[in-house]
Design a protein around this ligand. Structure first.
Ligand code: NAD
Length: 484
């Protein structure tokens, strides 16, 4: 039996730690492959306890003024902010990312909470006078009730807050399920929000596997909506389960974002954006540059620049000084990416950087993989058609914008995309024709809370961010007020 430093009872329900009835799961540090904590998984009965607590708390929460809910959430978020220095190393330890990336993630999570706190003061609705003489209409908005938020391990806190913030401001209560491998930051986050004044039961966390805790949450009759971020196959399963009872569902799923670099682009800036967009968070991001299409005439310059940047990246433990790229999250994830790279190279791609695990003695036990660049793998190879969820970038030479857009759209995914050109007509054409939920033009691939975001095709359903997010956490009702 492995000895761990800490054992956790499991869930956080109605403002307190709750001992789960399920098996003990281990939390492993991806930098050295060692389990440092164990945590009991939630059974279906534990999930039921959490959902009942949420349903109970939701009634009083929904009766508060919207601005009051915002005010309470804002104070609670401030409490989390005061504990950033405690949360950052915890996130790095369970997820693997660099301390810098953990700070960026947690700061962004708090920003998202505050964005919706701000919106809580400005929400307005629709009113139509004189539908008929003396008759007017207006549209009521009501919260859904209990929302289940299911989150993956790559950005445990931002992906949670994308759901939590609009859900709570709209008057719902939330039961969240983090990934089985990253429960600890989320649990502490929930505790801090409660200490900061969020009423007990309004936000609960159940931990455990998708097949037990996740499905118990999705199928619970009191859960009115599932907000899911994760892989496309699991999203499809969740959507099918939500058919029973016609539950609301939003799905933020996999992606394989194309980046098009035209011959008139600022090539240095584009190469930097490609490197940053592919290798941040060790390539484990949904919105990440996963395919580059560069015009032939400038391809050599771009490839040389991207390869040089890739080789300079300092790989190391997330908590070590100067590390630019940490380990991958699990060994299984690393094996999957290594397989996609080796099959794409065997099929004809040219490996110009990386392609294996680093052999430094101090990294050998962790789940490290070198940042990798592959040139011109066949367009039906794994790196072209599958989602590569790790630090490996394929680059293709293309003749022109038409060819680039055709390849960009020849994917089951439609999450993000970017185009680099100084020609406004080309930029417009790309923005109009690329099938994706985001197109960045001459910009790094940053997500803004102000803009609605959601995938097209197999990348998802529904929107997060923006005021639009409220549409997915409320029901509307048309009311007609007669003349007498
Ligand atoms: P995953 O789908 O395996 O798991 C995501 C979450 O779903 C976890 O909490 C897991 O426990 C839970 N889950 C698994 N099976 C379930 C089931 N049957 N019922 C209910 N819950 C279940 O995804 P992952 O491997 O953890 O994450 C990586 C994937 O997430 C990638 O495909 C990535 O592109 C995607 N992602 C998408 C976005 C986006 O905004 N579109 C953001 C980040 C990650």
């Amino acid at each position: 039996m492995t000895t761990v430093e800490a054992t956790y009872p499991g869930s956080f329900i109605a403002g307190a730690q709750h001992r789960n009835a399920g098996d003990e799961l281990q939390v492993v540090n991806p930098a050295d492959g060692r389990a440092f904590a164990s945590i009991a998984a939630a059974s279906a009965a534990d999930v039921d306890t959490a959902v009942q607590a949420a349903a109970e708390a939701q009634r009083a929460w929904s009766e508060l003024a919207v601005s009051k809910r915002g005010e309470i959430l804002g104070r609670a978020a401030h409490r989390v902010e005061e504990h950033l220095d405690e949360l950052i190393p915890l996130l790095t330890r369970e997820q693997g990312k660099t301390l810098r990336d953990s700070r960026i993630e947690l700061t962004k999570a708090i920003d998202t909470l505050m964005h919706y706190v701000g919106l809580s003061k400005s929400l307005r609705g629709a009113h139509t006078p004189n539908l008929d003489p003396g008759v007017e209409g207006y549209v009521l908005r009501r919260p859904l009730g209990v929302v289940g938020a299911i989150v993956p391990w790559n950005f445990p806190t931002t992906l949670l807050c994308n759901k939590l913030a609009p859900a709570l401001v709209a008057g719902n209560a939330v039961v969240a399920k983090p990934a089985a491998t990253t429960p600890l930051t989320t649990l502490r986050f929930a505790e801090l929000l409660t200490e900061g004044g969020l009423p007990e039961g309004v936000f609960n966390v159940v931990t455990g596997n998708g097949s037990v805790a996740g499905e118990a949450l999705v199928t619970h009759p009191l859960v009115r909506k599932i907000a899911f971020t994760g892989s496309t196959p699991v999203g499809e399963r969740i959507m099918a389960l939500c058919a029973s009872g016609v539950k609301r569902v939003t799905l933020e799923l996999g992606g394989s974002d194309p980046m098009i670099i035209c011959d008139d682009a600022d090539l240095a800036a584009a190469a930097s954006a490609a490197s940053m967009g592919r290798f941040y968070n060790c390539g484990q991001a949904c919105l990440a540059i996963k395919r580059v299409y560069v015009f032939e005439s400038v391809a050599e310059e771009v490839i040389e620049s991207v390869v040089a940047k890739t080789k300079r990246l300092k790989v190391g433990r997330g908590d070590a000084e100067g590390t630019q790229m940490g380990p991958m999250h699990t060994n299984a994830q690393r094996s999957e990416v290594a397989g996609q790279v080796s099959r794409s190279v065997s099929a004809g791609g040219e490996l110009l950087a990386g392609g294996s695990a680093p052999d430094d003695a101090d990294l050998i036990d962790g789940f490290f993989y070198e940042p990798t660049v592959v040139i011109d793998p066949p367009h039906d190879s794994p790196m072209a058609i599958e989602e590569v969820f790790g630090p490996a970038l394929p680059i293709w030479r293309v003749a022109d914008l038409d060819e680039a857009i055709a390849h960009a759209n020849a994917s089951q995914f439609g999450l993000g995309s970017s185009v680099w050109t100084r020609d406004l007509a080309r930029a417009r054409e790309a923005a109009n024709r690329i099938e994706a939920g985001y197109t960045w033009i001459n910009s790094r691939t940053k997500v803004y809370d102000e803009l609605p975001f959601g995938g097209w095709k197999s990348s998802g359903y529904g929107k997060e961010h923006g005021e639009e997010a409220f549409d997915y956490y409320t029901e509307t009702k048309s009311v007609v007020l007669g003349a007498s």
